[in-house]
Design a protein around this ligand. Structure first.
Ligand code: NAP
Length: 235
C-alpha cells in the first residue's frame, strides 16, 4: 500500500522503517526537503540527523508535506501535536480527502524530557480538531497510548495488552485494524472506543503515561484491560 508518514521525527522514522519492512511503499513528509537533509544536529540525543538515517533507509522516500500527501493512500500523522494543523494545511485538503488519516500525535506543549501539558483537553481533542478541519478525511486516532517502539512491535511488552481506536468511519477503523494486525496487534487486543470524540480519553491518558514511565523507569509498558466477563452492567 502507498503510505505517507507525515513527520521526520523519531515516530515518523520508526513507522517508515517498519512499514517498508512490511512491504509498503512509504514516503515521509517534511516542511522542506533540502532543509531536512542539510540538518547536521541531533534533534534528540541518540537520534541521528535525518540524512544519516536516510542513508540507512534508502527505500523510504522524502518529499514535501504536499507531495507525500499526494503519494499516500493512507496518511499517518506523526507530527508534533501543536504543529499538526499547520502541517496538515501544508499537506492540503485535496490530498487528505477520502483518505484514512491515522493520527498518533499528542497535543503537548514544550519539548521531550520537559514537564509537558496538553494544549487541548476535556471538551475537545486533537483528533476532533483534525476531523473538523478536514471533514472529508477519515480520521482514526490510535496508538498514542504507547511508546513508539511498542506501537509498531507490541510483542516488546509481554502478555496480552490493548490498543485503542477512535473514529467516525467504521471502514477506516477496519483499514487501521488491518495495519495494526500487520504490526503484531492481536485482533482481540484492539478496543474500538467509538467516534472521534473518544480521542479525548486516549489523549488525556498522556499525563498518567508519563508518570508511569518515570515510576517504572521504562517506556516498554502498556494498559491491559481486565474485566468481569459475566457482568455486563455499565454504570
Ligand atoms: N515518542 C513516542 O513514543 C510517542 C508516543 C505517543 C505519541 N507520540 C507523538 O508522536 C508525534 C511525533 O513525535 P516525534 O517525536 O517523532 O516528532 P516531533 O519532534 O514531535 O515532530 C516532528 C515533526 O513535526 C514537524 N513540525 C514541527 N514544527 C512544525 C511546524 N511549526 N509546522 C509544521 N510541522 C512542524 C516537523 O517537521 P520537519 O520535518 O519539517 O522538521 C517534523 O516532521 C508527536 O505528536 C508525539 O506526541 C510520540
Amino acid at each position: 500500500m502507498k503510505i505517507a508518514v507525515i513527520g521526520t521525527g523519531m515516530v515518523g522514522r520508526t513507522f517508515a522503517s517498519r512499514l517498508i519492512g512490511l512491504g509498503h511503499d512509504v514516503v515521509i513528509g517534511t516542511r522542506g526537503v533540502t532543509d531536512t537533509l542539510s540538518r547536521t544536529d541531533q534533534s534528540r540525543p541518540g537520534m541521528p540527523p535525518y540524512s544519516e538515517w536516510q542513508r540507512e533507509h534508502p527505500d523510504v522516500g522524502l518529499a514535501s508535506f504536499a507531495d507525500a500527501g499526494a503519494h499516500g493512500e493512507v496518511i499517518i500523522n506523526a507530527t508534533a501535536g501543536v504543529a499538526t494543523l499547520n502541517a496538515l494545511e501544508a499537506v492540503g485538503a485535496d490530498n487528505l480527502a477520502g483518505k484514512v488519516l491515522v493520527d498518533i500525535a499528542l497535543p503537548l506543549d514544550g519539548a521531550p524530557g520537559q514537564t509537558r501539558s496538553l494544549v487541548v483537553a476535556n471538551t475537545d481533542s486533537l483528533g476532533e480538531q483534525i476531523q473538523r478541519a478536514y471533514p472529508d478525511a477519515r480520521v482514526v486516532k490510535t496508538l498514542n497510548t504507547v511508546f513508539v517502539e511498542v506501537m509498531v512491535d507490541p510483542a516488546r511488552v509481554p502478555g496480552r495488552h490493548n490498543v485503542f481506536v477512535s473514529g467516525d468511519d467504521a471502514e477506516a477503523k477496519s483499514t487501521v485494524a488491518t495495519l495494526l494486525a500487520q504490526f503484531g496487534w492481536q485482533p482481540d487486543s484492539i478496543v474500538d472506543l467509538g467516534g472521534i470524540r473518544t480521542a479525548r480519553g486516549v489523549e488525556m491518558y498522556a499525563s498518567l503515561y508519563f508518570t508511569l514511565a518515570g515510576v517504572l523507569n521504562t517506556f516498554d509498558f502498556n494498559i491491559a484491560i481486565v474485566r468481569n466477563e459475566s457482568d455486563t452492567r455499565v454504570s
